[in-house]
Design a protein around this ligand. Structure first.
Ligand code: GLN
Length: 543
């Protein structure tokens, strides 16, 4: 029988509940317990695939093709495990299931209601995921903030689960924020008190409170929170701002979180060993050598849109004992003239990450071309591959107006075009080419050298691809196709041999990168960027 840890959030959203859930998972996993995690999102989208990454953050893709909330990526990175569709449920999905069943007549004669039908469906999805993952402990994060109307059915389902599974098998962790009033420097606990009151009003008494704040809670802060919330002082834990989210497990464990969990869940107390994890994290956070990477995109305002790319860069850097600093370049700026474009040269490498739509696209094409002619390490991810092909067609083959038909349906040179099976797709939810697919690497290429094997598996999320009509011309002009889909019908990796590092993938290697296990493409890119930086430091020290 699995045990459950429920993670709720108070005060405001976006305080890193996912990281706390992932960290608790890591701690339990490090003691040898089989853990899994899931997230419940209170929006009506059936999955995250149809949401705007600018507002909601990155869409994370699982191996099974699920388009999920970015917290699923956090869990996979912390736990080094593959999650799936079952690990991210939304209000939309819950209602869809219940309403489909209603139409099938499964509830004939009954009045279908939020309680019990919606809450029953939520509970059954939670129990299903725990069973599927054979979890000894299932950590369930409830998205949104306590007090939101839309999160109520989820919280009600959790309240019922505590009643049904018993206190020995369920534990509530409530994550809040303690703001600091700058002028006085005082940490305020009132929002935490209120959010716990709100939780108790709907019948949930938290067992552990974890307070996010700029600095650590004082003893007095903890006493006060304890007094107002019925949570013992030793169960009021502090999660101060840190250099990296990967440091959170250590900080929580230092405060005894595993002991509290083992005691309440009546589990034998086990030794938690975070040494290996902390060593990996140390290299990510503390390495002396540095590289500066330019990330060119239109979501540049919001780091959350590319959170997995950022992490993949940190993982690659860590494994090479190098700190990666990421600089956001708004692609539209690059369209303003060659002076702007040449600012790219001060970086050690350039990334054009995944994307959709036409705004800023010309800037990305220019960046891909600039990196090519200047010998600047270039990494293209999905859209970044497609636009590298467009720039190559325009500036090497001289195909004026070459484009992707996603952006210019009437281009004279449609070098990037819809995947054949996408031509008749008219419903846009969950219908891209998604998830893990095997890829065959061509021997003798850089990609083959980086991966060190023939067959790899990477995750996808796209509708367009390199148009087979142009393969011969592109290859004749020097573009190397180093990876193909298993049926050899689509290009998966491109590279330029006479360049320090020019590589792009149709897949998203960022989704499989983990601390201590970087994706080889990212590692190759960072290695090349380090080399460039070392060389330029050498040159400037000689001058
Ligand atoms: N818009 C492009 C496509 O659909 C690229 C998608 C992406 O970068 N994820 O193929």
């Amino acid at each position: 029988m699995p045990k459950y840890i429920f993670v709720t959030g108070g005060v405001i959203s976006g305080i890193g509940k996912g990281v706390i859930a992932g960290s608790i998972g890591k701690i339990l996993q490090s003691s040898g317990i089989k853990v899994s995690l899931m997230k419940m999102d209170p929006y009506l989208n059936v999955d995250a695939g149809t949401m705007n990454p600018l507002v909601h953050g990155e869409v994370f893709v699982c191996d099974d093709g699920a388009e999920t909330d970015m917290d699923i990526g956090t869990y996979e990175r912390f736990l080094d495990m593959n999650l799936s569709r079952a690990n991210n449920i939304t209000t939309g999905q819950v209602y869809l299931n219940v309403l489909q069943r209603e139409r099938e007549g499964k509830y004939l004669g009954k009045c279908v209601q939020i309680i019990p039908h919606i809450t029953d469906e939520i509970k059954s999805l939670i129990r299903y995921a725990a069973r599927k993952d054979s979890a000894e402990v299932m950590i369930v994060e409830s998205g949104g903030t306590v007090g939101d109307i839309e999160a109520l059915p989820f919280l009600e389902a959790l309240r019922q689960m505590r009643f049904e599974e018993g206190k020995d098998n369920t534990l509530f962790v409530h994550v809040t924020l303690a703001p600091i009033i700058e002028e006085v420097g005082e940490l305020k606990t009132k929002p935490t008190q209120h959010s716990v009151q709100e939780l108790r009003r709907i019948g949930i008494q938290p067992d552990i409170i974890i307070v996010r704040s700029k600095k650590r809670l004082t003893e007095a802060n903890r006493e006060k929170i304890s007094l107002f919330t019925n949570v013992p002082k030793e169960n009021v834990l502090s999660s101060p701002d840190l250099k990296s989210p990967y440091l959170v497990p250590q900080v929580l464990e230092e405060q005894g979180v595993s002991k509290i969990i083992f005691e309440q869940l009546k589990m034998p107390v086990k030794n938690v060993d975070l040494t290996e994890w902390n060593n990996i994290v140390r290299d990510i956070v503390e390495s002396k050598e540095e590289v500066h990477i330019a990330m060119v995109g239109k979501y540049a305002e919001l780091a959350d849109s590319y959170v997995s790319v950022n992490h993949a860069l940190y993982h690659a850097g860590g494994s090479l004992k190098c700190k990666v600093k990421i600089f956001w370049i708004e692609s539209e700026e690059l369209e303003k003239g060659s002076e702007k474009l040449s600012e790219l040269e001060k970086f050690d490498g350039v990334i054009v990450p995944g994307g959709f739509g036409s705004r800023g696209v010309e800037g990305k094409i220019l960046a891909a071309n600039y990196a090519r002619i200047k010998g600047l390490p270039y990494l293209g991810l999905c859209f970044g591959l497609q636009l590298a092909i467009v720039s190559f067609a325009r500036y090497v083959l001289g195909y004026e107006g070459a484009h992707s038909t996603e952006i210019d349906p009437n281009t004279p040179y449609p070098v990037i075009d819809l995947l054949p099976e996408q031509k008749n797709v008219d419903k846009l939810g969950g219908t891209m080419r998604l998830g893990g697919h095997n890829i065959i690497l061509k021997e003798g290429t850089l990609a083959y050298k980086l991966y060190g094997r023939n067959v790899i598996r990477e995750r996808h999320r796209h509708r367009y691809e390199v148009n087979p009509r142009y393969w011969a011309e592109l290859q004749a002009a020097g573009m190397v196709f180093s990876g193909f889909s298993e049926d050899m019908k689509r290009v998966e990796i491109i590279e330029l041999p006479d360049h320090p590092f020019y590589m792009a993938s149709q897949f998203h290697p960022e989704f499989v990168s983990r601390p201590g296990k970087p994706d080889p493409i990212f590692k190759g890119f960072i290695e090349a960027s380090m080399m460039r930086r070392r060389r330029s430091i050498e040159v400037s020290s000689r001058a």
